[in-house]
Each structure stands twice: as structure tokens, then as C-alpha cells.
Design a protein around this ligand. Sequence first.
Ligand code: SF4
Ligand code: SF4
Length: 436
Amino acid sequence: MGKQIAFIIVLAVTLGVFTFTALRIYSFFKQTKPFPIKDFGKRFWLMMKVAIAQTKIFRLPVVGFLHAMVFWGFILICIGSVEMVFDGVLSTEKLFAFLGPVYDAIIGLGDFFAWFIAFAILVFLFRRIFMTVKRFYGIEMKPISKIDANIALTIILLLMVSLIGMNTFYLALFPEDYEGWYPVSQYLVSSFSGLETHSLHFWYELNWWVHIVLVFIFANILPYSKHFHVFMSVPNVFFSRLEPLGYLPNMPNITEEVKLMLDPEAAFAKPAETDEEPERFGVLDAEDVTWKNYMDSLACTECGRCTSVCPANITGKKLSPRKIMIDLRARMKEKGPGLVKEGKTYSDNKSLIRDYISEEELWACTTCNACAMECPININHPTLIVDMRRYLVMEESAAPAMLNTMFSNIENNGAPWQYSAEDRMLWAEDLYIGEK
Ligand code: SF4
Ligand code: SF4
């Protein structure tokens, strides 16, 4: 009874903190622009392929394999955690055991994966602490990013150690009468055969509590860490852009203007202008992005795969696509509370462009889409970069001088060159082209 009450209190606190965080993030999402979603069937299969089967992560085979195994193991172990929550609330023991062979398979695979994940996490920690992996470095990777990653990996390691301990002491407590299958932990049981029943019970309970409390702590610190991708990567892939890479969506308000120019009759039929403030062209700040852009920034794992293939970054330019995502997340964290409190008119005299992302970075992008292609969770950086450039060009005429010349030429001559359309064939005058 005491355990049950204590567990319910711990669970209530966990859910309370989690709900507070979820509502805070939701309120930030509400500040962003729409991103229409359709083709749910297509999205489902994309999610199965990229997020569940982890296909893109295998481009780096060894690390990819370890990461994929950690991901799959986590899903199985989560089922065990759900059972623990029910056991804690209802004061039962191995509540899902009625599933029979299915239960044995889930627990058995979970037991195997606990060992495998512990091994993989040790490899990841060793790599992060003792090796220099180029893609983990960059101007956007502050010391806190490293600490954040190491804390999350350490918690995962402790989660696995406590799970193995829980399984081992459970088997030692009930050697003849246990539920589930423990293909790896069973070999540890003999090491504790000399312990009294009350000691075994103590160690089992200790591991049980450590494991479930770590699960609760982990769930609550994830939204404040780069490991938020544990929650966000699957939905982020589901809501991926479905258009081919490189496709740039038109801006609806510009499309309408062009149509009106081509059809003056329609212009007269158009309702009179209202006093409403015109919509912003492109993206200047956090509230101008779509909710999918913001979701991308929350889902980013900071793995650096995008930056490692970016031709601009490789050739020494300031641009790092990973930084674009980190900056957007940081900017929303900074401006979001003010937007929620005071609405869209709120200003702190800062903006995503310039205070976080420089024009130099934006114009360094070749829109090659290598970053979007490489990202294991289908984050799309180029569309956001182009939207920020759209703002610079359309609202501030702040394109680089070379581009401004080209824009004027297109406007005046219908071509990027400085010659009028009538002069276009002058070069061929002496060549008698077309004459019989
Ligand atoms: S699209 Fe831009 S940011 Fe992405 S890899 Fe190419 S140059 Fe880099
Ligand atoms: S955007 Fe994608 S590839 Fe780049 S760091 Fe984030 S998760 Fe990794």
C-alpha cells in the first residue's frame, strides 16, 4: 500500500511537470504559420521507412546500426515501462503476463536490448569523450551541447543498468515461478545466489524504483535537451515535406498578384483593399516560420550529418545547416513567451535574421539540398533558408549587389542580362543566320 501511494504521488508530479512543458511548447506552436497536411497514407509509409526502419541512418553503417538497435530496443523497453506504471498504480506484479508468449517475446527482447543498448551507449560515450568526431564540432556546438548529450547518454546507461538489475533480482527472487523470459540476465542470477530473500527483495525494489524514476526524469528533461528527438523524430518524419527535394513552393500572395497582372479584368473584380496589415513576405523571425519549421528545430538531434555534407560549410563559408535549426529553436525559446503573452505585435527588438543568422550565412547556401537529403529525420533546411532570403529581397531589397543588378535586368529587360529584348539577337547580325 505504501509503495502504491508513493508511486501515485511520483507519477502525478511527473505528469504535472510534463503537462506544463507540453502546454508551453504547444503555445509556441500556436505562434507559427500554417503548413497544410494531406496524403496520410503516403506519410504513414514514409514514417515506417525512414523513422521506424531507420533507413537513412544506415548511410553511416557502424554508428547507424548501433543507433538503430538503440531505437528499436527503446520501443520494446517502453512497453515494459508502461507495464511498470500499471503495476505501480494498481499494486500488481507483471500485469501484462496474461499475454503469454507475446509477453515472453517482448520481455525477452527487452532483456537482450538492455544489454545491447548499455554496450552501444558506452561506445557513444567513449566516442564523444575520447575521440574527435569532426561533425560534433562547429560554432553552433557550445560546451552545453556536449554536456547535454553526455547527461542524456548517462541517464540511458543508468536506465539499462537498472533494468538489467531489476530482471536479475526478479529471477533470483522467484527462481521457479517467474513471468517472462530473460535470455541474458539469467546468466547473472548465480552471482547473487548467496543473498538472503530480504536482500534480494531490497535490491529488486531498489532497481525497480531507480528505473521508473529515471524514466520519469528522462521524459521530463528531454523537451529541454537535444534528445527531444526521442519524442519528436517519428512525428517529424510523418509530417515531412512530400515534394521532391529542390522544389520551392510559390508564395500564394505573389502568385495572386502575378495572376492579376496577367488578367486586368480580375483586378477590377477584386474586393477593395482592407486596412489589415499585409502579410509578411518570407521569414524574418520565429513567428514567421511554419509549425513544421519549428517542429524541425525541436526534432534536430544536432548530429551534424547535414553540415558534414554542406558544400558551403566544407569550403569554409559561415553557413552550417545544423546551426539554422539550433538558432530557430533558441530564438523561439527566447521570443515565444513574449509572443504568447502579448500577441503577434510583441517585439524585443531582435530577430532571427541578423541576431542569430547572418545574411552572409543565408547567401552562402547553394540550395543543393544535400543537407535535407542527408538528415536522418527529414528536416528541410533549404526551404527555410530561401524563405529568409525572400524576406531580405522582398521587404528590405537587401540582396547582394550582384543579385540586385540581375533583378533590375529581369524587371526591365525580361532577362538577367543588361540588354533590352530588341537587342538580344544583335550578336548574330553578321552571321547571316536565318538567311537563305
Ligand atoms: S542546401 Fe544550402 S545548407 Fe543545404 S547543403 Fe546545400 S548549400 Fe548547404
Ligand atoms: S538537421 Fe538533421 S542532419 Fe542536421 S543536425 Fe539536425 S538531425 Fe542532424
